[in-house]
Design a protein around this ligand. Structure first.
Ligand code: 1GP
Length: 248
């Protein structure tokens, strides 16, 4: 459909924030993923991210197709690498791991992926992805061999975010890592949000609706919840997160 980014922007205009539920294909089967999408939609979520740092499964395309058939929520790939591409999604976060100094995650995987994305007519959403220290070594940090931005170095995080915006990226993703002990500090979100004009995405280690709300108050425009809902999935829990994110 090639307008998912516009859809995200218009949701920000209408509801002020987007609430995305993250599904990891390595941890969920298609039937459960469909159930998650349907409940997420009923609870007021604005979109589904699908992807993982590793991806052991070689059925990524079938997974996306199976889920897409059964949901009308925007379905956006959140890839851990260039193997996670499918024409059946609505869009893909075209990530550059800007806080890494590993060239493979800054530009290497992107060069492999770009012609494939083009041939599929899949909408790429250029995203500057930054990993913030979160109290434990997360999978993405370990696999990419990247150092995280220290939690108290807000100035470094702001400089990365500005660089991403000046390079034309359309989203800034502040990541603590899936299952992180500590989520991205509110002060860092507030400072970055006050200095960039593109929407700020915040995810990793958010465990309560109240914590999600704090990120929104600090300036996040998209909140991503994966791990907590994987472990404690219920309509009630998704609704509480959705209400908190949307300020209901
Ligand atoms: C991970 O930001 C996402 O990439 C979500 O993190 O799984 O900890 O919610 P959680």
């Amino acid at each position: 459909m090639n307008n998912t980014y516009q859809h995200i922007l218009s949701t920000i205009e209408k509801k002020s924030t987007n609430f995305f539920v993250l599904i990891d294909p390595d941890k969920t089967n298609i039937a459960d993923a469909i159930l998650t999408c349907n409940m997420a939609q009923e609870a007021g979520a604005d979109g589904i991210l699908i992807g993982g740092s590793l991806l052991f499964s070689n059925q990524f395309d079938e997974f996306i197709l199976g889920v897409k058939r059964e949901t009308t929520l925007p379905l956006i790939i959140f890839p851990g690498n260039s193997r996670q591409i499918s024409p059946h999604a609505d869009a893909i976060l075209f990530l550059s791991f800007i806080s890494s100094r590993n060239p493979n995650y800054l530009i290497g995987e992107q060069v492999i992926a770009a012609p494939i994305i083009r041939s599929m007519n899949l909408e790429p959403i250029s995203t500057g992805y930054m990993h913030i220290e979160s109290g434990n070594v997360t999978t993405v940090e370990f696999l990419s061999g990247s150092r995280s931005i220290p939690r108290n170095k807000t100035d470094i995080a702001v400089a990365h975010a500005l660089a991403a915006e000046y390079m034309g990226m359309k989203l800034i993703y502040l990541e603590a890592g899936s299952g992180a002990h500590l989520s991205v500090p509110n002060e860092m979100i507030a400072e970055i949000s006050s200095q960039v004009t593109v929407p700020v995405v915040v995810g990793g280690g958010i465990k309560t609706p109240g914590e999600a709300r704090e990120k929104v108050v600090a300036g996040a425009k998209i909140i991503v919840i994966g791990n907590f809902l994987e472990k404690h999935f219920s309509l009630q829990n998704v609704r509480e997160f959705s209400n908190a994110v949307h300020g209901a």
